[in-house]
Design a protein around this ligand. Structure first.
Ligand code: KG4
Ligand code: ZN
Length: 338
């Protein structure tokens, strides 16, 4: 079965084709980073308009790269939520119309399910069960994954998502959007012993996160930076170390509490190399393996949607042609494929 996947939940238009027998055939991405960088963050209406402009040419390009035409597709998958309503609507309406016109099935997917299954596209896919650390611009969660559609949320952020904390702190440091890669680059030149940020919610049991305090802490530190002789790089380093450390502590706890020996890390912040190095280290000490998607599949992309869509469509998932989107969507409400 050959499935076209469409991702349009935020500021990336992603399209891919996944074939059950041959694997990923082609994938293309258009990032809107330049559009939103001017404003220091994603402007929802500009995002929707750009998806409208890009989505059809991107589908054509992806099919051409796979050497296919629309008639070769057996199904279409799209991101139904969570995400920006207007942006989601673009992907949903294009996917549903395409499926309807070819009389093939379409399925609307949970964005975080697509993220957590992304490492399955790699050479060493994790077996079930695994614990997934999902860290993106909109979400931070630890999920126990027993199988496709069998998810238990172990903990999540009570306020800002990890990526959001990176983006907001970067803005305070006058670094370009998106903040994650900017902070990572600057932190590499920072002195790790110059400053220490708190590790929020690590001094009590539980697997929830809270990152909004780090941003406030950063604000205070930046205000006094000149007087203290602090460089921006030292602040970036201390902030990143605190986020990485906090996530490492919670991941170790999740592995201990569940007795699971595989950790999956996905979502945009999963591209952070300091985080990757630290999680590989703690998992190793715990006798666990860590699985990451390749860097380009950590951030939003069409490949993860095509793959997750294939899993559900090949299992016989059917949905009515009336399309809908779910901008806010509880991951635990999902069921296994038919
Ligand atoms: O998964 P994603 O592409 O989109 C959402 O679904 O949100 O994640 C985007 C987030 C942004 O907040 C961005 O700053 C962060 O991922 N990010 C990073 C890195 N690359 C992207 N954060 C830390 N280090 C990075 N290298
Ligand atoms: Zn995402």
């Amino acid at each position: 079965m050959r499935v076209l996947g469409i991702e349009s939940s935020c500021d990336e238009t992603g399209v891919a084709v996944y074939d059950g027998a041959q694997g990923l055939l082609a994938h293309r991405l258009h990032s809107q980073v330049e559009t939103h960088a001017l404003y220091g963050g994603v402007v929802p209406e500009l995002a929707s308009r750009d998806h409208v402009r890009r989505i059809t040419p991107l589908i054509r390009e992806t099919l051409a790269a796979a050497g296919l035409s629309v008639g070769d597709l057996d199904g279409v998958a799209y991101t139904r939520g969570p995400g920006l309503a207007g942006a989601l609507l673009v992907g949903a309406s294009v996917a549903r119309s395409l499926a309807w016109s070819r009389d093939i099935p379409a399925v609307g997917l949970h964005h975080m399910e697509a993220h957590l299954l992304a490492p399955m596209l790699e050479a060493d896919p994790p077996a079930f069960p695994f614990v997934a650390l999902l860290v993106s611009g909109g979400h931070t969660m630890l999920v126990q994954v027993e199988g496709v559609g069998r998810y238990r949320v172990l903990g999540q952020s009570l306020d800002d998502a990890a990526g959001e904390a990176f983006d907001k702190t970067a803005k305070l440091l006058s670094l370009p959007y998106p903040g994650g890669p900017s902070i990572e680059r600057l932190a590499a030149a920072g002195d790790p012993d110059r400053l220490r940020f708190p590790r929020p919610m690590t001094d009590r049991p539980g697997l929830d996160f809270s990152f909004s305090g780090l941003k406030t802490y950063a604000l205070t530190v930046i205000r006094d930076a000149a007087a203290q002789g602090l460089e921006a790089a030292d602040i970036a380093r201390a902030f990143q170390d605190a986020v990485v450390d906090t996530m490492a502590i919670k991941c170790r706890r999740a592995l201990e509490e569940t007795g699971v020996s595989r950790l999956v890390v996905a979502g945009g912040v999963g591209a952070n190399s300091a985080l990757r190095a630290r999680l590989t280290e703690i998992a190793g000490k715990h006798g666990a393996t860590v699985h990451y998607p390749r860097l380009e599949f950590c951030t939003d992309n069409g490949a993860m949607v095509a793959y997750a869509g294939h899993l559900r469509l090949a299992a016989g998932a059917t949905e009515s042609a009336a399309f809908d989107i779910t901008p806010r969507w509880d991951l635990e409400s999902l069921a296994p494929p038919a």
